[in-house]
Structure formats: C-alpha cells, structure tokens
Design a binder for this molecule. Structure first.
Ligand code: ZN
Length: 69
C-alpha cells in the first residue's frame, strides 16, 4: 500500500509541475490539478486521479461535461 501511495504522490508532483508549466506558457484554459474538481471543488477520488492522468474534474462533473459537449 505504501508503494502505491508513493506512486500517486509522484504522479501528483508531476501534475503540479505540468500545471505550473501550462500556467507559465499561458495556455487558454487554466487547469488547476490539485486533486480537487475544477468545476465543483469536491475532492477527486485518489483512484480516479491515479487512473486518469491529468484529470481535473470529479466523475459527476466529467459526465456533466460530456453531456454538454
Ligand atoms: Zn465536480
């Protein structure tokens, strides 16, 4: 279990770095990857964060976005 937590932590650090780089290069959509949903602010499940690299929304909001699209 500890190994898996370390791996998730490493991924999170990579995401933060990517988000920072995206911010520095001024991409059009500012995406904040901090483990919380960008739409509703709820915490995103760690399993979802690990399974979907760069995910920025919880499952509910992702479904909402897909319906809207
Ligand atoms: Zn959400």
């Amino acid at each position: 279990m500890a190994d898996e937590l370390d791996r998730v932590s490493d991924l999170e650090m990579a995401y933060r770095e990517r988000a920072l780089n995206a911010h520095l290069t001024r991409v059009t959509e500012v995406v904040i990857i901090d483990g919380y949903c960008n739409d509703c602010g709820e915490a995103i499940e760690p399993a979802r964060l690990a399974a979907v690299p760069g995910v920025v929304t919880c499952i509910d909001c992702q479904h909402r976005r897909e319906r809207r699209a």
